[in-house]
Ligand binder design. Sequence first.
Ligand code: UD1
Ligand code: CA
Length: 453
Amino acid sequence: MKVTAILLAAGQGTRMKSNLPKVLHAVAGKPMLWHALNAIQAATTEKPIVVVGHGAEAVTEYLETSAQTVLQEPQLGTGHAVMQAEPVLNGKTDLVVVCYGDMPLLRGETLQKLVETQKKNLGPISMLTVVADDPRGFGRIIRKADGTVAAIVEEYGATPEQLQIKELNVGGYCFDAKWLWGALKRIPKNPKKGEYYLTDAIELAVQDGLPVLAMPMDDREETIGVNTRIHLAEVEVAMRRRINCEHLLNGVTMPDPASVYIEAGVKIGKDTVVMPNTYLHGKTNIGEGNLLGPNTIIRDTQIGDSCKVLASVLEGAVLEDDVDMGPFARLRKGAHLGNHVHMGNFGEVKDSHLADGVKMGHFSYIGNAQIGANTNIGAGTITCNYDGEKKHATEIGADVFIGSDTMLVAPLKIGAGARTGAGAIVTKDVAEDTLVVGMPARAIKKLTRKPQK
Ligand code: UD1
Ligand code: CA
């Protein structure tokens, strides 16, 4: 049976007061749209259709090939939005799941259950509902005596009695496709708002004498829709709690989960401890038995096992096993630290490989460099890799001892086992097992200044 989702994302999201389309606002580091599509994927068999309108270009660009888009222009309501998908979907699917792009907490399992409910339904619609004290402006569910749904009444049009109803329309539906395309054409224009409401399809099914099933959800949190940035913040907290709980259940320790920020999609192995005020972003994979934080930011980084990272910032880096870093260390893009590397306070590494056992205790900058195994980088060492125009490489062999405050003026090669004295300014290659010292600064030529722009 073919099941296809239509995700509605054409609305303006006026109350967000933003230049960014609402569905592109991030929750746990990923656009709301990503979360919605993730849930949809679990419950459908075909590529989803996303209805775009406001900010269509940005949304389409974000989607790339993950979904097909149809344009709704102008935006005349949720029923009108679904109608835009008919030309591409009619005859191509058995069931249609419709959900809204502003509900990032809705789970794939919930949509799966909804689809299963509809498969057993003799009528054309199954829908998600929730019983809650706070109605949040949601449509109210009117039930018939036999328990099937009679209608959805939108809040602005409800009578005082109807406003008391605690069962609410979540905004997730599964339709029999054949019935849906015909019904959409019969939805009347709402006399007050001039829009076509998808929710009016329920009454049409009832008029056809066909049952509409409601599937009440237990988890209220899942049903939070984002209309304002207050809702966005609520959803963020809920999503963070959900993500952290998954990691806790998988064997990750967090003494204070509420102060740990882990983006969706980050992987962490068991017995890793994530301390407070630690942020794990982007494409980050972390192995087992590590100690991360407190006060650490890690983005797009691969970490092996048994590493310690204290109060440091890592971006686009690789750490093998037993690396010990920080406090106050910084890894930038292309930093690769081998097994047992020690990197102490106030060091920065960029586009460089530090082989196994390299020690770099304090105040150093290593850029565009290859450093051999067990080499010691003395305090204050700098690879002078930039001449104002180009970056140059530094190659240091194994078992080298770089004395404190050495300036390594690239391009430069230092042979294995070599040694530099404290304060050396090294401008020429050094042979293996050789000691170099000195070279105080002295005038060697007149420079021609570049003209000011
Ligand atoms: C809708 C439901 C309401 C439900 C609530 C749950 C209708 C008429 N009402 O109300 O019963 O309780 O969601 O959150 O469906 N959209 C379009 N094109 C349009 C209009 C909207 O794509 O022309 C999209 C929006 O981008 C949004 C979604 O549909 O993602 C829902 O629209 P919104 O205006 O937020 O509906 P609600 O008033 O929240
Ligand atoms: Ca909404």
